[in-house]
Design a protein around this ligand. Structure first.
Ligand code: HSE
Length: 437
């Protein structure tokens, strides 16, 4: 049998994902060679500190602090160091010399995805990033390849595990927001800067990547409308539960037809009420899922671990095998084209449905007054529930659900409702997740 050719792999980063990628590469070397038709040779692992304590024991001679030197001549570069620099410069250098690049860096892709793809295209290299969105879950490749002959209408995802853990604990165990956040933090689920999770920045980066590939449209992360979960209260969760709903932080990317018939793209992240019967409501703990609606395929759901070292390493290894097979077969890397470049719509242009919880004076005519404001603004009411207020004397709690209306009109209506004398407080305003009829 002829000797298999060696492919040099340079690994940048040895955190929880990087150390597992290295371990799997070494432990499964023979099986990977059989799948690829070439040997993957781990040329080295670039780290900041040679003496740092590692999660996984690996041969010390693999470590180097000289990332620039390590990537020179590498066939494949795997970047799992995170952050914008030096990751961006190292990836651009690797692509310029023709190396294929695999990255799990959602922040970098959301901010510089177009630049990196252009650098890959110039030399016919492959840029892959399955691990950047929803960890172990295959979602990038299904959107880029399996569904390449279809048209995506919408993808609605739980793409941040720590906020799902928090909301799910509140729902299942009756914890307050503070208690659930503290437990998530103690378990190490939150990013070093927890605002990235709880204010929805992490989910917005993933939404930008999803929207870009689903709709062939460049869309920076700061064009994603974003609201986090910090305003969600135990009362919101209890009300949702009473109504057969739960609350999830959703990343929604959608192709939208405007009033004039032209098309645009919307990308948004916010906590939303969703029926407990919807498959996304069954996504518990720190798990992730993306519910995709495509023109021909219909509804699809991708579910699994959205984080974790070895789980995310699985997605990196998948990209690695795929890139290595291309080296064996020859030919340029598969490019991604943002040919459609649809306009990105503002949140005001989107149709949404709301559910409000109000404390109102318990007097004759109040309900009629509130209903009148909705009617004047052409917003149709779907449900109204009234119960005596638990906290305020001579007051009632009203839970009002609207039908879908343009978000800008709904916001204007809510402002007018809040200003009514009979409305003592607006206790919550939550969007209701869009589900197909
Ligand atoms: N902070 C992220 C999460 C990690 O909670 O899902 C994975 O990107």
């Amino acid at each position: 049998m002829s000797e298999l050719r060696n492919l040099r792999v340079a690994l940048l980063g040895s955190g929880s994902v990087g150390s597992q990628v290295a371990r799997l590469l070494l432990e499964h070397s023979e099986e990977l060679s059989a799948r690829i038709g070439a040997k993957l040779e781990l040329a080295g692992i670039a780290v900041r500190n040679l003496d740092a304590k590692r999660d996984v024991e690996l041969p010390q001679e693999l470590y180097t602090t000289d990332a620039e030197r390590l990537i020179l001549g590498a066939d494949i570069v795997v970047e799992v160091m995170g952050g914008i620099e030096p990751a961006r410069t190292l990836i651009l250098t690797a692509l310029q010399q023709g190396s294929d690049v695999i990255t799990a860096n959602k922040a970098l892709l959301a901010a510089h995805g177009e630049e990196l793809q252009a650098a890959a295209d110039r030399v016919g290299a492959q840029l892959s990033y399955e691990a950047a969105v929803a960890g172990a879950i295959p979602i990038i490749r299904p959107l880029l390849n399996s569904l390449a002959g279809d048209n995506i209408k919408r993808a609605m995802g739980i793409v941040n595990g720590s906020t799902n853990y928090i909301l799910d604990s509140m729902d299942r165990f009756g914890q307050t927001t503070e208690e659930a956040m503290q437990i998530a933090s103690d378990l190490g689920y939150l990013e070093a800067d927890p605002t990235l999770d709880v204010e929805g920045y992490d989910a917005a980066q993933k939404a930008a990547i999803l929207a870009r590939i689903a709709f062939h449209t460049e869309l920076p992360a700061d064009a994603v409308y974003r609201e986090g979960i910090t305003k969600i209260t135990a009362e919101d969760i209890a009300t949702a539960k009473q109504n057969g709903q739960t609350i999830k932080l959703l990343a929604v990317v959608e192709r939208v037809e405007r009033e004039d018939g032209s098309e645009g793209v919307s990308a948004r992240v916010y906590p939303a009420l969703i029926s407990r019967e919807h498959p996304l409501a069954a996504v518990h703990g720190g798990k992730n899922a993306i519910f995709v609606e495509a023109e021909s395929a219909g509804e699809l759901m991708f579910y699994g671990a959205g984080a974790g070292g070895v789980e995310t390493a699985s997605a990196v290894l998948g990209d690695l095998v795929s890139a290595a097979r291309r080296h064996v077969a020859g030919g340029p890397g598969v490019s991604f084209k943002s040919y459609a470049n649809l306009p990105v719509l503002t949140i005001g242009e989107i149709l949404t449905a709301y559910q409000l919880r109000l404390t109102v004076a318990d007097q004759p005519g109040v309900l009629q007054q509130i209903a009148g404001v909705f009617a004047e603004n052409n917003v149709s009411l779907a449900t109204v529930q009234q119960s005596p207020s638990k906290d305020t004397a001579d007051a009632a709690t009203l839970v009002i659900g609207t039908y879908r209306a343009r978000e800008a009109e709904l916001k204007a209506t809510l402002e007018r409702i809040a200003a009514l004398d009979a409305v003592l407080s607006v206790d919550s305003t939550l969007r209701v997740a869009e589900v197909s009829a």
